[in-house]
Write a protein that binds this ligand. Structure first.
Ligand SMILES: Nc1ncnc2c1ncn2[C@@H]1O[C@H](COP(=O)(O)OP(=O)(O)OP(=O)(O)O)[C@@H](O)[C@H]1O
Length: 399
């Protein structure tokens, strides 16, 4: 389980607190899509959530906006909204009209795939106006029209597009319409799930610039979800990297940019071109993510991790302060456990190297007798594979 508070809120004006949130999709093989996720979102900041397909990003977004549908079910944890102008609200207590009012007014969402999120048989005008009709019934028709025009203008679309249908707009314009809808009621938080993924790079950049401009102007906080870590490093204030339903690394984006700590983040970083800096050869992370209906006993990344050692197969580590970085970063990796790794992580991991030569390990392999020590006890695993890496004595294949 994660530490109680992996992102201390001290000194930050928190608008949304997520604590130990877990989500399961019920079925013959229940899927543990989100496990013990905790974070704080400060007012006006951009929190990026990164991770490969299937790691639970969208499920997390649905859970924090109370849009999760069966068979999805929150099994543990809480999401607390802290408005600037009233008492904190535990979202699990909201139902019916109160929940309807909360959505769009307080927390709005921009879904992935604008074509599916917009209704294809309704004009842009009608879809924008519907938000006002539902949530601001006191507005007359003329005021509604005026607001719709202003909204489109805010996202850089001319009023003549009000009569258009979604199929008549480009992908970028459709995404802008969705952003306009999300901003309609001036929410405190906008959750954006892959809002630019289907768009070409130039349009993507325009939209990101637009979001940033609007955020500076209106002060909403953004949870920005994408598999593209390099994009998140550029636009986020803070970052959470998800793997196998958990947050495995969390910290300030600038600190993560300077140095990634969890082996998964290290691997993910070399999978995308850096937006700045020198050109590098891109590599994916060999292997595939775990089946979340059968998560492994220990750390979910063991089968793909070049730094795995025996205890990793048995223990799912909490988020630990990443000793090599600045204080803001935490990583769920036993290499940052001062008891198991008094000397800190191996130099190759510190250096951000993912191609670590070493002995092959057994993916999901069982713990050895040397593992059978109580958690938090030095277990002598310094002679295991990671120990070899430590000592620079590794030989053989390159993974
Ligand atoms: N309705 C559902 N029923 C059962 N399992 C589901 C359902 N929706 C998602 N899952 C499973 O939950 C896990 C997390 O999926 P989720 O869509 O949240 O991941 P993601 O990181 O957002 O991936 P993507 O980027 O592809 O959307 C996956 O194993 C997925 O197969």
């Amino acid at each position: 389980m994660n530490m109680a508070d992996p992102a201390p809120a001290a000194g930050r004006d928190v608008v949304l607190s997520v604590r130990d949130l877990s989500v399961v999709y019920d079925g013959p093989q229940p899927v543990r899509a989100v496990r013990d996720v905790s974070f704080d979102l400060a007012r006006g900041e951009v929190l990026g959530i990164a991770g490969e397909s299937g790691c639970g990003k969208s499920t997390l977004a649905y859970a924090i906006t109370r849009l999760l549908k069966p068979p999805g079910r929150v099994t543990a944890g809480e999401v607390v909204f802290r408005p600037g102008d009233g008492p904190a609200v535990d979202l699990a207590t909201l139902h019916g009209e109160a929940l309807r009012r909360f959505r769009w007014n307080r927390v709005a969402m921009v879904f992935q795939g604008a074509m599916n999120a917009l209704n294809p048989v309704l004009s842009v005008r009608r879809q924008l106006a519907d938000v006002f009709t539902a949530h601001r019934p006191e507005l007359g028709r003329r005021d509604r029209e005026q607001r719709c025009r202003e909204l489109l203008d805010l996202v850089g679309i001319g009023p003549e597009r009000l009569s258009a249908y979604p199929h008549e707009l480009s992908g970028g314009m459709r995404q802008r319409v969705l952003i306009a809808m999300a901003m309609a009621l001036r929410p405190d938080v906008i959750v954006m799930d892959e809002p630019t993924t289907a768009l070409d790079v130039v349009v993507q950049r325009d939209i990101l610039t637009e979001i940033d401009r609007l955020r500076a102007r209106f002060g909403f906080a953004v949870v920005f979800i994408t598999h593209d870590l390099s994009l998140l490093l550029e636009i986020s204030d803070r970052l959470a990297v998800m793997y196998g339903g958990r947050i495995v690394e969390q910290g300030r984006a600038a600190d993560l940019y300077a140095s990634a700590h969890h082996p998964y983040t290290v691997g993910l970083l070399r999978s995308f071109p850096r937006l700045r800096g020198e050109r590098t050869v891109l590599h994916g992370i060999p292997g595939s993510p775990p089946d979340l209906s059968r998560p492994p006993a220990g750390c979910a990344f063991t089968a793909r991790c070049p730094y795995v050692f025996d205890a990793c197969h048995r223990l799912d580590p909490p988020l630990l302060p990443a000793t090599t970085g600045t204080a803001s970063t935490r990583a769920a990796c036993l290499h940052y456990d001062p008891v198991r790794r008094p000397d800190g992580p191996p130099p190759a991991l510190r250096a951000g190297d993912f191609d670590v030569p070493g002995e092959p390990h057994t993916p999901g392999g069982s713990a050895t007798a040397a593992d059978d020590v109580p958690p938090g006890t030095a277990d002598g695993d310094t002679n295991d594979r990671a120990g070899n890496v430590d000592g620079g004595t590794t030989t053989g294949e390159t993974r």
